[in-house]
Design a protein. Structure first.
Length: 514
């Protein structure tokens, strides 16, 4: 009984799926079968299926735009509605506004249709009804605030009737394609680019560390005897003129208030002498030499007094930061007694830094050729170029000393706000040069169990997974030695989304109508 029931169940499922298959819409030439048409077309039920006209799709590029267009085969007297997807390549986002003109012409005839705006972001629906059969040129002209573009398709055939147009786009044999719709790509970080031959370099992949510039480190001394009271802490950022410590003087001979009063008396005396002698030199009652001496004393006493007045408070001598930076070291303990020459702390600049990379001795012959570098942070989420931090090569001389076994290569850089003295980086040191190499972004690469893949664009919304072999990489770009050809177009950003789409399997045919 169970056996008969199983047979009936299998037969019922077969009938159900056979009926569903007959009712499914025909697939487009893109291979993923979603429906783009906005108009419903009635068909003669007596019309033989072998006379059904197909659908065409084209993928075109300009410097600024990508156009992916789908439309039914053109037949005399029948209106063909186009679905034209316009993408801004710089951002890989849909064209939000603009006017599209589509025209078809030959030496004898020309028709056109203007659409004033997209029906939805990035998607235009012009329509044409050809009047005669023949070979025509199809042109799409976009006028938009983001830029204009013109796309041309030559040798487009208009058929006399549906029977003549039947099976015009027979299914092509292709690699296993993955469907990824424009609406999906537009909502994610996604870009594509052509694979081109370009100069590349040999790369030394190593580690590096951020350090302070020697000239950007400044020692602050006590300037007087007394007890130090620290205001700042290690690592603290300070502005120029900011208070970092106070020295409380001790002893009558070292009393700061006494020194300030003495300095003020000297300043006021020299000031009075200066203003008294200034008119006398004009009538030559005072010699020019004596006047210049009095003027010099006045300036010195003035500078000494105001400097001391700014530094001395009721609590003691104020020690302030002479530059903007951070406290890189503190050399005394809070409350410790110091003398004039005691170094209280060191200030370091966060803006001027060194990056020191370390090269193995086996690569010493390549060191002198190092001319550029890229650096990655420990989380590998970002790679910066030497140019982005206004850097230059400081030293690329092959040598080691008693304390190291690796060759130091140093770069002077300006902090972009993401560097910190003491932090470690991953370094990609460029040396040597290859005139011609196939190069793609590292973001295009997907790794699976030690093998590397890219996604190659085969249609407007279709991609294939392709295994590639890698050579050198500089943290941003990588050289491809096999698996790709010049002129192919790959997914440069968004490869992981394509991978997810492939893992999810084929997209459903229904529910994707523009």
């Amino acid at each position: 009984m169970k056996h008969h029931f199983s047979i009936l169940l299998v037969y019922a499922l077969y009938v159900f799926f056979t009926a569903s298959s007959c009712n499914a819409p025909s697939q487009s030439n893109d291979g993923h079968g979603h429906e783009h048409g906005t108009e419903s077309h009635t068909h003669d039920h007596d019309h033989d299926h072998e006379h059904d006209a197909g659908e065409l799709s084209f993928l075109l590029f300009s410097n600024d735009y990508e156009l992916f267009v789908e439309f039914p085969v053109l037949i005399v007297g029948q209106t063909s509605t186009f679905t034209a997807h316009f993408t801004q390549l710089s951002k890989y986002k849909p064209v939000a506004e603009g006017k599209l003109t589509v025209s078809i012409s030959n030496d004898n005839n020309s028709i056109r249709h203007i659409v004033e705006a997209p029906s939805s972001p990035g998607i235009f629906h012009p329509a044409l009804q050809p009047k005669e059969a023949g070979i025509f040129t199809l042109v799409f002209e976009l006028v938009s605030s983001s830029g204009d573009a013109r796309f041309k398709l030559a040798d487009i055939r208009v058929f006399a009737n549906a029977k003549e147009a039947a099976h015009v786009n027979e299914e092509r044999e292709a690699e296993d394609e993955i469907a990824y719709l424009k609406e999906q790509a537009w909502k994610t970080e996604f870009t594509t680019q052509n694979v081109t031959l370009q100069p590349f370099y040999s790369v030394i992949h190593t580690s590096a560390r951020v350090k302070g510039q020697p000239q950007s480190s400044l020692a602050l001394s006590a300037q007087t005897e007394g007890q130090v009271n620290l205001i700042a802490v290690l690592g603290q950022s300070v502005r120029k003129g900011e208070l970092v410590a106070v020295i409380t003087s001790s002893g009558i001979e070292n009393n700061l208030n006494t020194k300030l009063i003495e300095s003020q008396i000297a300043f006021e005396k020299s000031k009075a002498d200066y203003y008294r002698t200034k008119p006398l030199v004009e009538i030559k009652l005072v010699t020019q030499k004596d006047y210049l001496h009095i003027e010099s004393l006045y300036k010195q006493d003035s500078m000494r007094y105001y400097q001391l007045a700014n530094q001395v408070s009721q609590k003691g001598l104020r020690v302030t930061a002479p530059i903007e930076g951070f406290i890189s070291s503190i050399n005394v303990s809070n409350g410790e007694f110091v003398d004039r020459s005691s170094v209280i702390m060191h200030l370091g600049s966060r803006s001027q830094l060194l990056i020191e990379a370390y090269v193995n001795q086996s690569d010493f012959q390549k060191v002198s050729g190092i001319f550029d570098a890229n650096f990655s942070f420990a989380d590998y989420k970002e790679t910066i170029t030497l140019g982005e931090i206004n850097g230059k090569v400081n030293s690329n001389t092959a040598f080691v000393n008693e304390n190291t076994t690796r060759i130091p290569v140093t770069f002077s850089v300006q902090n972009n706000g993401k560097l910190m003295p003491g932090m470690f980086l991953e370094a990609f040191l460029k040396t040597g040069r290859k005139e011609q190499a196939l190069v793609v972004p590292l973001s295009a690469i997907i790794e699976e169990q030690g093998q590397y893949f890219v996604f190659v664009q085969t249609g407007g919304e279709s991609y294939v997974k392709r295994q590639v072999e890698l050579a050198n990489n500089d943290g941003i770009l990588t050289e491809i030695t096999s698996g790709l050809s010049e002129g192919e177009r790959i997914v440069a950003k968004g490869a992981f989304q394509i991978k997810l789409a492939s893992m999810a399997g084929e997209l459903p045919f229904h529910g994707h109508t523009h």
